[in-house]
Write a protein that binds this ligand. Structure first.
Ligand code: CA
Length: 226
């Protein structure tokens, strides 16, 4: 398993790298945000450890760029101790976990192992994008219900993809709005509800599986027997 570390402080970078190598991970490293993004594109790592304080680019920007390329890759952010805002913002933006500096190497490994375990659990859904009688083909950007293609607009497709990839997990309105419409302050937040309504309609019988969680967001929940 290949892990990318993006961290400008050499001592920390080396410490993490050595610990991961001892645990038999493949490790690649970048000293700044731009190099990190380039390596991410070239090397397809399966997990990223990202420092938020980078010399060339804000870590949050890097986080967003990495996610826009592949939001399925788990990202662990490194933050300075006691910086609660950074932690929260990072998690809100979709980071999977955070580590505060200075950190304990054992804790870091433990957290990585936990994330990998969670990934493996949801792997069947992740790779095949199949939930119940719904099937989403990422390559051709086609969506099928009961083997029949359902034509979706770009936003509908992206929303469906997020729902399927996060099957049985609540997605907050903020996250959905951010991932699909970006940080556009002019966007009417009802756009999300309207897109969900259209999706449900197009999905026919399966539409009922997209549930509203009042005040929070949406969840796709298909019973296991389906
Ligand atoms: Ca740093």
């Amino acid at each position: 398993m290949k892990i990318l570390i993006i961290e400008d402080e050499e001592s920390i970078r080396d410490l993490i790298r050595m610990n991961l190598i001892l645990e038999n991970f493949d490790v690649i490293t970048a000293e700044n945000g731009n190099d990190g993004i380039e390596l991410f594109k070239k090397e397809n790592p399966e997990l990223v450890i990202l420092d938020l304080m980078l010399p060339d680019k804000d870590g949050f920007e890097v986080l967003k760029e990495l996610q826009s390329m592949n939001y399925k890759i788990p990202i662990i952010i490194l933050t300075a101790k006691n910086n609660q805002n950074d932690k929260l913002l990072g998690l809100e933006l979709g980071a999977d976990d955070y580590i505060t500096k200075p950190f304990d190497s054992k804790e870091l490994i433990l957290r990585i192992r936990n994330i990998i375990r969670r990934m493996k659990k949801s792997n069947i859904t992740l790779n095949k994008n199949i939930v119940g009688s719904m099937y989403l083909d990422k390559n051709t950007r086609k969506f099928f219900v009961n083997d029949k293609e359902v034509y979706l607009t770009k936003n509908e497709f992206e929303l469906m993809e997020l729902l399927i990839n996060n099957h049985k997990q609540v997605l907050s309105r903020d996250v959905l709005l951010e991932k699909i419409w970006g940080y556009d302050e002019n966007i009417d937040t009802r756009a999300l509800d309207m897109t969900i309504q259209r999706l449900r309609k197009k999905m026919g019988e399966c539409g009922k599986y997209i549930k509203s969680i009042y005040g929070i967001g949406y969840i796709l929940e298909v019973p296991d027997e389906e």
